[in-house]
Design a protein around this ligand. Structure first.
Ligand code: ADP
Ligand code: MN
Ligand code: MN
Ligand code: MN
Length: 340
C-alpha cells in the first residue's frame, strides 16, 4: 500500500504585508489554506482596518511577490510576502516595493548589493527585557557582544530567530548583542536591493512571531530609551560593481550621498532626530560627513576597504524602523544616477 494516505493535501500560506500605519508602516498577516501543488494566488483583505481604504470601498488586494518555507509551522507550510494593490491591480499608495522595482530595474547594470544591519530591542511590558523594576542597569559598556546572564537578555529568542531565518532560506549574515542591554542585531545580505528588502521584512516578521511565544515584544523604535543609551539603527552597507573594483567609486558614492543628505534623512525612519544626535556612535542629522573607520560619521568606509582599495561603504544614518524598500531605492537612485 502506498504511504501517500497520511500525507497532507493542503498547506498553510501565511500572507504577510505592510499596512498603512503612519508614520511607520507595520506588518500584518493572515493564513490561507491552499491545495498542495498550487501557487499562492492573489487574495483580498479589509483595508479599512489597516489605514489603507475607507469602509465604503474597503477591499485591497494582496499580490504574492516572494515566498519561502515557514519555519514556524514547518512541513509544507509557506511564508508569503505580498505587495498591496488597489482593486484595479495597480500599486496601492502605501506600496513602496513597487517604486523600488522601477529604480532597481533602471540601474540593474550597476549590480547593486545591499547588506542591512537590523538593530532591535526586546521589551517585556513597558521596559526593556531584563531591566530592573526600579532604576536602570549598569551604564553601557560590557553589553556589546557580551556573554553571561548579567550582560545579555533574551539570547534564547535570538538563537531561535536565527535558526528560523536560516531554515526559511534567508541570506542572514550574522547576529550580535548590542551596546544597550536587551538590544540585538542581525544582518541580512549582501544581495540585490529587492531581495535584501524582501528578506528583511520576512526576518522582521519572524522576529516578532518568535518573540510572541515568549511573551516578549521586539521594537524597532530608533530611540527606545531616552538618555545615555544607544539608539537602534539599520546601517545599510552597499556596493556597486564599480565600488567592488575601486575605492575611487566608493568615495564617489559617499560624496553622492552627501549631495542628497536632506532627502535621505527625511526618509530614513520616523524619530531620526532623536537618534542622530552626534552622540552614541552617530553623526548629527544636521551634518553630513564620511570617513575611514569613523563611527561618528554619517557614512563609514570600513577599514578593510581602505586597505584593499575596493569594496563597499556603510550608510549609518537609517534608523531601525526604516523601510528597506525606501532606503535602498534612495541609495540606488542617488549613487547610480551620479556614477559614470
Ligand atoms: P559592523 O562592523 O558595521 O557592525 P556588520 O558585520 O554588522 O558590520 O555588517 C556588515 C554588513 O556588510 C554585512 O552584513 C554584509 O552583508 C555587508 N556587506 C559586506 N560586503 C558587502 C558588499 N560588498 N556590498 C554590500 N554589503 C556588503
Ligand atoms: Mn553590525
Ligand atoms: Mn550594530
Ligand atoms: Mn554597522
Amino acid at each position: 500500500m502506498s504511504s501517500k494516505q497520511g500525507e497532507p493535501k493542503v498547506y498553510k500560506a501565511e500572507y504577510i504585508w505592510m499596512d498603512g500605519a503612519e508614520p511607520t508602516q507595520k506588518l500584518r498577516c493572515k493564513t490561507k489554506i491552499i491545495p498542495i501543488g498550487q501557487e499562492p494566488p492573489n487574495w483580498g483583505f479589509d483595508g479599512s482596518s489597516t489605514n489603507q481604504a475607507t469602509g465604503h470601498a474597503s477591499d485591497c488586494v494582496l499580490k504574492p511577490v516572494y515566498n519561502c518555507p515557514d519555519p514556524v509551522r514547518g512541513g509544507p507550510h509557506r511564508l508569503v510576502l505580498c505587495e498591496v494593490l488597489l482593486t484595479d491591480l495597480t500599486p496601492h499608495p502605501t506600496n513602496t516595493r513597487a517604486k523600488l522595482l522601477e529604480v532597481a530595474e533602471k540601474y540593474k547594470a550597476h549590480d547593486m548589493w545591499i547588506g542591512i544591519e537590523q538593530e532591535y530591542t526586546f521589551f517585556s511590558g513597558i521596559k526593556p527585557l531584563g531591566w530592573p523594576d526600579n532604576g536602570f542597569p549598569a551604564p553601557q559598556f560590557g553589553y556589546y557582544c557580551g556573554v553571561g546572564a548579567d550582560e545579555v537578555y533574551g539570547r534564547e529568542i535570538v538563537e531561535e530567530h536565527l535558526d528560523m531565518c536560516i531554515d526559511a532560506g534567508l541570506m542572514i549574515a550574522g547576529i550580535n548583542a548590542e551596546v544597550m542591554p536587551a538590544q540585538w542585531e542581525f544582518q541580512i545580505g549582501p544581495c540585490g536591493p529587492v531581495q535584501a528588502s524582501d528578506q528583511l521584512w520576512i526576518a522582521r516578521w519572524l522576529l516578532y512571531r518568535v518573540a510572541e511565544d515568549y511573551g516578549v515584544s521586539a521594537t524597532l523604535a530608533p530611540k527606545p530609551v531616552k538618555g545615555d543609551w544607544n539608539g537602534a539603527g539599520a546601517h545599510t552597507n552597499f556596493s556597486t560593481k564599480a565600488m567592488r573594483e575601486s575605492i575611487v567609486a566608493c568615495e564617489a558614492a559617499a560624496k553622492a550621498l552627501g549631495e542628497e543628505h536632506a532627502l535621505h534623512i527625511a526618509e530614513y525612519g520616523a524619530g531620526i532626530e532623536e537618534r542622530l544626535t552626534g552622540k552614541h556612535e552617530t553623526c548629527s542629522y544636521k551634518q553630513f560627513k564620511y570617513g575611514v573607520s569613523d563611527r561618528g560619521a554619517s557614512v563609514r568606509i570600513p577599514w578593510q576597504v581602505a586597505v584593499d582599495g575596493k569594496g563597499y561603504i556603510e550608510d549609518r544614518r537609517p534608523c531601525a524602523n526604516m523601510d528597506p524598500y525606501v532606503v535602498t531605492r534612495l541609495i540606488t537612485n542617488t549613487v547610480c544616477s551620479r556614477a559614470k
